[in-house]
Design a protein around this ligand. Sequence first.
Ligand code: SAM
Length: 178
Amino acid sequence: MRVAVLRLGHRPERDKRITTHVGLVARAFGAEEMLLAGRDEKLVAGIEDVAERWGGDFRVKQVSSWRAETRRWKDDGGRIVHLTMYGTPLSKSIDEIRRSGDLMVVVGAEKVPPEIYEIADWNVGVGNQPHSEVAALAVFLDRLWEGEVLERGFRGKIEVVPSSRFKTVIERRGEDEG
Ligand code: SAM
């Protein structure tokens, strides 16, 4: 199953930090890419720098038309889930979503365009209280992978050695550096 996260409504002057966190959560919780509706070169460079050092194949694509991206995704047989506090309970649809094949997960910022409710195959609430796209995405992806995603290795240039007491990281050199 291929998972892409579509981040709508990013405002470069206000959402830098939270959109970065959406990207980092997407990567750490098993998505392959984040589609960013709009442009923010610095933000993309920041996330790609993390991916480059910490491993995996995560990428960020800036898209000028998110509608075209959702159409293409559906034409290729993928399904779309929109995370919203107004949606139906996660527990009701997560099993069906897990079986559905490639998945685009849509999260918004302040307000999402109303048509996303029509475009989505599921409008899902991670609870029905207002909280955050970062929290909603993390909980959703963790449930999608049934918790296993946190056990995945990334094999990066930097890796944490888990410890109950110390802060230990190993740094791998590039192969041609000897
Ligand atoms: N009124 C918005 C809504 O439709 O959920 C809340 C805006 S919130 C600041 C930004 C994003 O966080 C939303 O677009 C949605 O993707 C996500 N979000 C917030 N609370 C959520 C919840 N309880 N369940 C699912 N997603 C949520």
